[in-house]
Write a protein that binds this ligand. Structure first.
Ligand code: GRG
Length: 289
């Protein structure tokens, strides 16, 4: 998506500068760079800045929040790819961190990236303490044991077991939705209207996170079907707890489109008009990877 480019470039440049040089010893520093730089759609960082822009804020005060959320996201991917979790060999078109380095380095790089995110926000000295605390509270709660980690735990626990749509929704609201929600809330943190905007942004973030996940599940089914040469909806991906497995591929697409329509309506109830924001919502359900 063309409109995403400036945000992608901005976070890439900021992270590049942040990691060159870095005090961590090698191979830790190299693994942290490998996991973070030159990759990813940067949707979460873009959402931080877009929400800020919509609130009339310049990008600079939101740089630490945009970087921090991408660091938390990168950590979650490194740990999710580990043999004890998804055991994936490829991420962002290249070998996963534990394949390119080793398992111990990948675990430590993930740990370091998570801490780095909070350190970065804690040191965002240009921000008023109230704003900094708002962002720290939002991100720690979203990433922590009652947020993304809880979602991952429930996902691991329920893999291979039949679950209801409500249970799947709960898992993905935590696992994927909480960080997307945090991006919106952190972006509005410096706004004078924060208290008024936060509840709608939370609702929008939750709905957008779900739409993101439903589309991710659809992509998994369609792309593995292409690879295996079978009709979409008939392959092994359907054994997993995903929306297409639970409700069928076509119904999952309808559900995704309903969630996207809800997102547009929620955005329209906010006191800002941001065409790029609407475009990003559509992109979430149209992206090919
Ligand atoms: C290990 C605590 C812990 C949490 C992991 C986010 C997550 C929880 C696991 C990722 C598994 C996964 C592939 C979920 C599908 C949705 C998702 C988060 C996809 C990856 O996000 P993108 O598409 O990634 O924004 P890029 O590479 O573009 O940044």
């Amino acid at each position: 998506m063309l409109a995403l480019k400036p945000y992608q470039q901005r976070v890439e440049d900021l992270l590049h500068r942040h990691f060159h040089p870095h005090c961590a010893p090698d191979p830790l520093a190299s693994a942290m760079r490998y996991a973070t730089l030159d990759g990813g759609k940067r949707i979460r960082a873009a959402l931080v800045w877009l929400t800020g822009e919509a609130c009339g804020l310049p990008p600079e005060p939101l740089d630490p929040a945009a970087m921090a959320i991408e660091l938390v996201h990168a950590y979650s991917l490194v740990h999710d790819d580990l043999p004890a979790m998804d055991d994936d060999d490829l991420r962002r078109g290249k070998p996963t961190v534990h394949r390119a380095f080793d398992e111990a380095t990948a675990i430590l790089a993930g740990d370091a990236l998570l801490n780095e995110a909070f350190e970065l926000l804690a040191h965002a000295d240009d921000l008023d303490d109230t704003i900094r605390l708002r962002q720290l509270r939002t991100l720690t709660a979203a990433a922590g044991s009652c947020g993304m980690v809880a979602g991952q735990m429930l996902d691991v626990e329920t893999t291979g077991k039949p679950i209801s749509k409500a249970e799947l929704e709960h898992i993905h609201t935590l696992k994927t939705g909480r960080l997307i929600q945090a991006a919106l809330v952190m972006g509005a943190a410096p706004s004078n209207d924060y208290e008024t905007l936060a509840p709608t942004l939370e609702k929008l973030g939750k709905t957008l996170g779900l739409a993101f996940q439903v589309h991710d599940d659809i992509l998994d089914v369609e792309q593995s079907s292409e690879i295996l040469g079978k009709p979409a909806g008939s392959d092994a991906a359907l054994d997993k707890n995903t929306y297409p497995a639970l409700m069928g591929l076509e119904a999952a697409k309808v559900y995704r489109d309903e969630l996207i329509a809800d997102c547009h309506h929620l955005l329209d109830t906010l006191p800002f008009r941001q065409p790029v924001f609407h475009q990003l919502i559509d992109y979430i359900a149209k992206r090919s990877h």
